[in-house]
Design a binder for this molecule. Structure first.
Ligand code: VG1
Ligand code: CO
Length: 546
């Protein structure tokens, strides 16, 4: 094997964020930038030597170049073999499933998830470990530390690139490579968890229609295989189903703002009964009923309340976890059902230990992320199949299911206000100011009314390995029972985004129809006032309301 040792010098900005290293394509295409980070992974994650690596991503622009480089570096770094998705495609949950089913040592995921793609867009690299989940913080920190002291990288010269269009065996300078169907393992896993016959009956009933918006991202082939081929949904159920390197110019973030095609269909007079969308890499989900949007925190709670009725989970649900900004709706279900519940920092990596230890079977985030212990990633299509199962069992509309949930548990009114496009400095100074005044906040009155009853900066100690993560955002509780959370995004590639998460419990069924933004206006304003948002950012209003 002809290994070439290339000399390199470190970049100082390769610290993985909430979910891997995300940068613009322009940054990633600098000479040595990708190579350095990949070498840092190979140097840190020694389990890959002689082991199996799963490789693939959401197919965004720059993936092909990256796959070629990573294959050649894997060969030079002693990786045993690589399983790569056909056309380089692999959804994030499917990588997780394949790592687990095939006993791989790890996976490299090429995705910037919900961030736009294309030459002007973003690219990303994420490392997943042998449990199928994102590398825990200790590992991402070690990779970062290594990236800062890198002096070179190893690569082989390959005479011909692996033909990613053709499934089957190949090699790179003696290292076996297998191009595999990225859908197969995942499809088999779904068939083990869900009652496909019941779901087929739902589609056959003639009274149920759905639309799934793949947003020209990776879930198109998965959704077609599962919904149309397997479950018998009519062709055309999946829209925007062809993956494109630039997501056809869209922003592959499944929320009411960016999944416009779907929202438009779901609010027409002839809207289908059920709508769903997923993001760039297939780990997020948006659930929509006919003329009815389901807030992700509510979706998590509804799934928690029905999980026990799904075959893969019957009789074995003992706990649920939510990320800290996610609403408390799921906690109410856990309390009613006697499940344990955990509150973790934002980002799926914090669920891994709880899932591995069997303490929780269901996890969720307010950011349209839901999944179970079948993989170690959030899983968009899994959430869709869970909802289909609920609908097949109850034969009610999405709206009726959610309203019944609110009647039983009360409604956790919820909204996220993002202040995008701030400078890093604005974001950091706002957070530093909150930290300074934190201890004096208790009892503070705000102009819109609610008084701060308590405040803290969220820190989490993993109950399984004892590792503590601090500085995870500020929590403000108000004397009217409302809560606001403020944190900075960790997935952007420039500047800063301030996220304000607002929630308030409403037990009065008669008020469940009122406008959420109106009902949360006082909390939004109180949080803005306490955090001095206008003074630090010059913004009166958020740029994105979800
Ligand atoms: C966001 C979400 C977080 C999610 C993360 C990765 O992070 O808030 O809940 O886990 O994206 O999702 P942040 O730091 O920007 O708030 V994905 O689908 O982009 O991998
Ligand atoms: Co994603």
């Amino acid at each position: 094997m002809a290994i070439i040792e290339e000399v390199s010098t470190p970049f100082d900005d390769q610290r993985p964020g909430t979910s891997g290293l995300r940068k613009t394509v322009e940054q990633f295409s600098q000479p040595r930038y990708l190579e350095n980070f990949i070498q840092a992974i190979f140097d840190t994650c020694t389990e890959l030597q002689g082991g199996t690596l799963v490789l693939g991503g959401d197919g965004r622009y720059y993936s092909e170049t990256a796959i070629d480089t990573i294959l050649r570096m894997a060969a030079a770094n002693g990786v045993g073999r690589v399983l790569v998705g056909r056309e380089g495609l692999f959804s994030t949950p499917a990588v997780s499933a394949t790592i687990r089913r095939r006993g791989a040592a790890g996976g490299i995921l090429l995705t910037a998830s919900h961030n736009p793609g294309g030459p002007e867009g973003d690219f990303g690299v994420k490392y997943n470990v042998a449990n199928g989940g994102p590398a825990p913080e200790q590992v991402t920190e070690a990779i970062f530390a290594r990236s800062r002291e890198i002096t070179g990288y190893r690569i082989v010269q390959a005479f011909a690139a692996v033909d990613l269009a053709r499934e089957g065996a190949a090699e790179v300078d003696g290292m076996p490579v297998e191009v595999i169907d990225p859908v197969a393992d995942y499809r088999a896993l779904m068939a083990e968890l869900f009652d496909f016959d019941a779901l087929r009956a739902l589609f056959r009933s003639g009274t149920f229609t759905m639309v799934f918006d793949a947003m020209h991202a990776v879930t198109g082939p998965y959704a077609k295989a599962l919904l149309e081929e397997e479950l018998g949904a009519p062709a055309g159920t999946v829209i925007n189903g062809e993956p494109r390197p630039d997501f056809a110019g869209g922003h592959p973030d499944p929320n009411p703002i960016h999944a416009r095609d779907l929202m438009e269909r779901m609010y027409r007079h002839d809207a289908p009964d059920f709508g769903a969308a997923s993001d760039g890499d297939g780990d997020r989900n948006m659930i929509v009923g006919r003329h009815f949007f389901v807030n992700p925190s509510d979706s998590l709670a509804v799934i928690a309340d029905h999980l026990d009725t799904i075959p893969g989970y019957r009789g074995r649900v003992t706990g649920v976890a939510r990320s800290m900004p996610t609403s408390r709706a799921v906690v109410r279900v856990a309390e009613a059902r006697g499940y344990d519940h955990y509150e973790t920092p934002t980002g799926w990596k914090f669920f891994g230990n709880l899932l591995d230890a069997g303490r929780v079977q269901l996890c969720g985030e307010e950011s349209f992320g839901t999944s179970s212990d079948h993989v170690r990633e959030k899983d968009g299509l899994w959430a869709v199949l869970a909802w289909l199962s609920i609908l097949a069992g109850r034969r009610e509309s999405v709206e009726a299911v959610v309203r019944a949930h609110w009647t039983a548990y009360g409604r956790d009114l919820y909204s996220r206000h993002d202040y995008e496009g701030l400078t890093k400095d604005q974001g950091e100074r706002l957070m530093a100011n909150l930290r300074d005044k934190l201890s004096g906040l208790r009892g503070t009155a705000t102009r819109p009314g609610p008084r701060v009853s308590d405040a803290d900066e969220f820190a989490y100690t993993d109950p399984v390995d004892g590792h503590t993560t601090s500085g995870q955002g500020f929590r403000l509780w108000f004397d009217n029972g409302a809560r606001a959370v403020l944190r900075l995004s960790g997935t952007g590639t420039s500047g800063a985004t301030l996220r304000a998460y607002l929630e308030k419990w409403q037990g009065d069924t008669l008020k469940h129809n009122d406008d959420v933004q109106e009902l949360l206006a006082d909390v939004a304003e109180a949080a803005r006032e306490v955090a001095e948002v206008e003074a630090f950012t010059g913004r009166r209003e958020p740029s994105l309301v979800v």
